[in-house]
Design a protein around this ligand. Sequence first.
Ligand code: ATP
Ligand code: MG
Length: 647
Amino acid sequence: MTDEIIPVASSFSGSDMGAERYKARYARSVEEPEAFWREELARLDWIKRPEKISDVSFNRDDFRIRWFEDGILNVSVNCIDRHLETRANKPALIWEGDHPAHHHAITYRQLHDHVCRFANVLKMLGVKKGDRVTLYMPMIPQAVFAMLACTRIGAVHSVVFGGFSPEALSGRINDCQSEFVITADQGVRGGKAIPLKDNVDEALKSAPGVKRVLCVKHTGANVHWEEGRDYWYHDLSIQVDAHCAPEPMGAEDPLFILYTSGSTGKPKGVLHTTGGYLLWAAMTHALTFDAKEDDIFWCTADIGWVTGHSYIVYGPLANGATSLMFEGVPTWPDASRFWEVIEKHKVSVFYTAPTAIRALMRLGDDPVTKHDRSSLRLLGTVGEPINPEAWRWYHKTVGNGHCPIVDTWWQTETGGHLITPLPGAHGLKPGSASFPMFGVQPALVDNDGKRLPDSGAATGNLVLLGSWPGQMRTVYGDDQRFFDTYFSTYPGYYFTGDGARRDEDGYWWITGRVDDVLNVSGHRLGTAEIESALVLHPDVAEAAVVGYPHDIKGQGVWCYVTLNEGVEAGETLEKALKDQVRKEIGPVASPDVIQFTPGLPKTRSGKIMRRILRKIAENELGSLGDTSTLADPGVVQSLIDGRVKAS
Ligand code: ATP
Ligand code: MG
């Protein structure tokens, strides 16, 4: 839609990754992968440096994905011990609590002691190498201690987002047969308490395999206690030593399980392994964010999502960075919270989601501009396509026009960034994820699986040729589902499930999930593009577009639109929005139905659950599917009610 290029900011002089260096290094990564990865191995400390680089086949008969197979390492050593010589007193974590008065830093030395103690407590409770440990934690440092403690002793963590219901929690505990749960008495977000321990008690009624619950005291609330099953962390931690020998782990030993956000169906237990994942997290954190020794790096995700795993914990800590961890929400105590935190802690790199940017943009510029953001040098986004309108606001208002934005496309399955601009290397196009990371080979196929040309403009289904170290290794306990989901649609390729467009300059644009690409009168239209056109209108806060069966066109365009506060829906506005889409994209994309709605169904990670919107548009109200991962299930009824008026 827009092919305006924002040049590499001349003020962005810090990076040594110019366009030429990117090209040369990328070429080496795909033409001489053995040599490339042998060089990259130096990012980690290995107990035994691997000789074998990779062993991969995406074919059904001899399917396998292995990286650095004979390497031996320990993740916690890479994230902590190896930094102690030069960075013992550097903050590893800066914790900003829900309440603005609560914040403190934890140095690498302190992190070492906390993690060793935590690891020894886990051992005391009987946790052994290979055991699955479920974490259901608020955003407090102990959550990071617990994750790293698991890696220290070779246990496999499964972090379940603290906002999930008891049902969602028990489902995830049972799926990986976890016998240990780590939680806290309560979490706090936006001034409200979240009854984590109560939820665990409820979940365990239908997860009878759990033997031990370790509870961290956070708010001090009274909680139900089951003797013999429940243990306070603070009781046990004083009984153990602050040293714990790290377990040597094979590079292909499981590191963690993480369930996908469930936007498209039943969540999958994505399994990542030790060596490849850590190297990918470290490399992408270093390159995408142009990591510098004195950066204050803030990723606003929750550790319950892969973004939190890779860019709050593993990437930054493997690189010896300072990572900010935030317990609260962007709008409490007021709409300035993000910017207040940036000013307070002099954040230099800020990484958040388009959904948060859109929500904050709606509240105007004042909450942003009243805080000093001069410490910022780089901004990032993840999770969804970012519409150019929001991109520009982020760039201009938040970043004062001088911070590059890295729009990082990746998935839980990919462990880290796959397509993203690298700061200093490319001019930026608002809304484009730009270019592949080293070692990543994106390609397009049509619906029959035919490869589209590798140069020039093209639109199709996004696949990847070959593997990269951070690729997931299986769906936990279900190799078949892994193969079927990702490798059977287009044999020989990894299928991302996303649609994409490559423009004449070679920039990649993610058009949304393939299920969300519409075929209107024979034209392929990305829902993301239509949504961008709708939100360009000053009265529109958010929009979601789905297709529905249409007698003449094949598929019709159904738009769910949320308006800014105080704006009244009406026929004039409806017409204005239709005109806007015709003007921006063309008459073929013209909306058939505009349904105004007070809210959209979103997952807990802020993603729009389009499959529900699709079912409602199709009038398939009886088969809405799993809605357990919705942030606000109530919104579904208001959508159903609103349907009648719209159609
Ligand atoms: P599930 O797989 O359970 O349906 P999910 O796909 O939402 O859930 P994630 O792994 O968290 O789970 O999200 C990855 C998806 O998010 C990508 O496949 C893509 O559709 C979208 N996405 C992530 N980052 C970007 C981005 N920068 N631009 C466009 N889309 C993005
Ligand atoms: Mg997905």
